[in-house]
Design a binder for this molecule. Structure first.
Ligand code: AMP
Length: 363
């Protein structure tokens, strides 16, 4: 059985590594010569919108999926004529546009920060008046890892924010004074059944995910699942979906969803009965879904911009290293490590050594 993946980065690599034991071979479409997924998958080197590359990706594939949101929707529309595509192009199109996404959330009774569409400088003033300050101005599409965003704290910030972002469709959101950021990794199979992982608590640095902790018995698990279930069913979704949420005063506000496997679910590789990657492969190929229970406590830390010494990480007990073998660049995700422990107390005891390595400190 073959699975096609648009994109050849670390997410495609971890999908391919999870697919192999199931007897599923992966082929990835990636223009970069040094596709990090190529260690585990056949690499088609072509642009994401190259028809010959897309046809080759679909050829003999039981299904085509994708590893990132910025795949041209037209490419998926083209692929649909050659192979089943999951998640659907419609799910991708919804997730790509923050205005469409937040409007759907609200239509489904999923709470969000108050928001307004902003297309002109006048719209920005009107939105600031309607929502108040502070507020966050974001591009509607192509934003990721905090890029394409500006926080407005005072009315005088509007000019600079407009100068930085104006000219493309924007959205202004009320600033959420959140206590925590959490995400829910959800999976819906072809037949419509859904399973959910334990909630993950996330901290970001400079807009990039830094640390994820799996949460056993979190009080927000049930409301997060209820939100995710509505979204999965409304989109007739197939595959893994990550719902990112703010918790503020005991309430959840949805920020966005990713129609794909997600960085905040990497801990499931070693910390859950079935990883998010394996469950995505199972879901899109119409195979039975695997159990999502955590096998203990887990923490995942990203290595951003620099990789710590392999020896130093491997010296730490119960730490699993994932080196994506990518060239180092500031702000680039180069790898991650997951620390597993039998319970939260033991996890907290071991975490500081791993955090120190990620900071670049010598142990
Ligand atoms: P996003 O690209 O929407 O995931 O935003 C990146 C990060 O910016 C989030 O993880 C939050 O830490 C922060 N952020 C985004 N939107 C808001 C908001 N409306 N209020 C407060 N913080 C936000």
């Amino acid at each position: 059985m073959r699975l096609g993946i648009v994109g050849g980065g670390q997410l495609a690599r971890m999908l391919a590594l999870a697919a192999a034991p199931l007897g599923v071979r992966c082929r990835v479409l990636e223009p970069a010569a040094d596709a990090c997924a190529a260690v585990a998958a056949e690499h088609i080197r072509a642009a994401y919108d190259d028809p010959a590359g897309l046809r080759r990706l679909a050829e003999g594939a039981a299904c085509v999926t994708f590893e990132f949101e910025n795949v041209p929707v037209a490419s998926l529309d083209y692929l649909v004529d050659h192979a089943p595509v999951f998640p659907s192009p419609q799910a991708l199109a919804t997730a790509r546009d923050r205005l469409v996404e937040k409007t759907l959330f609200n239509d489904l009774g999923i709470s969000t920060a108050a928001f307004r569409a902003v297309d002109t400088r006048e719209d920005l003033d009107a939105a600031v008046t309607a929502l108040g300050l502070p507020a966050v101005l974001k591009t509607r599409t192509l934003g990721y890892d905090g890029k394409g965003q500006a926080v407005l704290r005072a009315a005088a910030d509007a000019d600079a924010a407009w100068a930085a972002l104006g000219g493309v469709p924007l959205i202004l959101e009320a600033f959420v004074p959140y206590g925590r950021e959490v995400s829910l990794i959800a999976v819906r199979g072809l037949a419509g059944a859904s399973v959910f992982y334990p909630l993950t608590e996330n901290s970001h640095r400079g807009g990039i995910l830094h640390l994820s902790l799996s949460r056993a018995n979190d009080p927000m698990q049930a409301p997060a699942q209820e939100y995710a279930r509505r979204l999965l069913n409304a989109l007739e979704y197939v595959g893994v979906l990550a719902l990112e949420l703010f918790e503020v005063d005991g309430e959840l506000l949805a920020n966005e969803f990713a129609p794909r496997v997600h960085n905040s679910g990497h801990w499931t590789i070693e910390g859950a009965e079935t990883s998010q990657f394996e469950n995505h492969v199972r879901a899109v190929l119409g195979l039975p879904l695997g159990r999502t229970e955590a096998t203990g406590a887990a923490a995942m830390i990203n290595f951003i911009g620099h990789m710590p010494s392999r020896e130093a990480v491997l010296r730490l007990p119960a730490v699993h290293l994932h080196d994506y073998a990518k060239a180092a660049r500031p702000g680039r995700k180069l790898g991650h490590a997951t620390l597993c422990a039998k319970d939260e107390k033991s996890l907290r005891a071991h975490l500081p050594s791993l955090l120190a390595l990620a900071e670049g400190d010598a142990l």
